[in-house]
Design a protein around this ligand. Structure first.
Ligand code: FES
Length: 186
């Protein structure tokens, strides 16, 4: 009889301790999951926030004095930096334009990135491609007006909007999607 009682009590204690242990395990798991969700929400926001907040490049940039560009008939390379805002961070990035004199105070300005994959192209003054723009990456060739005359570029050079203010040549600098026929700002 005693043995039975002892056994039953022991069994009862085991069941009770198992169920308490199980309850505690479930509770810890539930609390951990809840904390994980709470911690995860701001993390997701932190990771995706900057992507959503990314800004476009488009802005007016002063390239220099019109009088200086007018001194030569050759296209001239201009280098400058832009400020890229990416979420909470700001970065200075280098960009280039080619200023092509058209006579007097008239100029055409091209974005300095090849429309194929974005390499830097340059004006050639000698050799086979003298009087043309050439891109060394895949032998893309453009004429002075920016038309493709050789290689893989899918569209002409990207012409930018310009204006003259107080004797300074200004350009509305934008980047465009690369490797596609349409000129689409990014
Ligand atoms: S990046 Fe200029 S030809 Fe390919």
């Amino acid at each position: 009889m005693n043995n039975f009682l002892i056994d039953r009590r022991g069994e009862s204690q085991d069941e009770s301790s198992i169920s308490r242990r199980t309850f505690l395990q479930y509770t810890v798991a539930a609390v951990s999951s809840f904390i994980g969700i709470l911690a995860g929400v701001p993390l997701v926001g932190y990771v995706t926030g900057p992507l959503q907040a990314k800004q476009k490049v488009g802005s007016w940039v002063s390239l220099g004095k019109v009088a200086d560009f007018a001194k030569s008939n050759d296209p001239q390379l201009v280098q400058f930096t832009i400020t890229q805002q990416d979420g909470w961070t700001e970065a200075q990035e280098g960009r280039t334009c080619w200023v092509v004199p058209q006579g007097g105070n008239s100029f055409t300005v091209f974005n300095g990135r090849c429309t194929h994959l974005g390499c830097a192209y340059s004006w050639q003054t000698q050799g086979d491609w003298a009087g043309k723009f050439s891109c060394p990456c895949h032998n893309g060739i453009y004429d002075r007006a920016g038309h493709v005359i050789g290689g893989p570029p899918p569209r002409p050079l990207d012409m930018l909007e310009t204006k003259v203010v107080d004797g300074q040549l200004n350009v509305f600098y934008e980047d465009f999607r690369l490797g596609v026929p349409d000129k689409t700002p990014i």
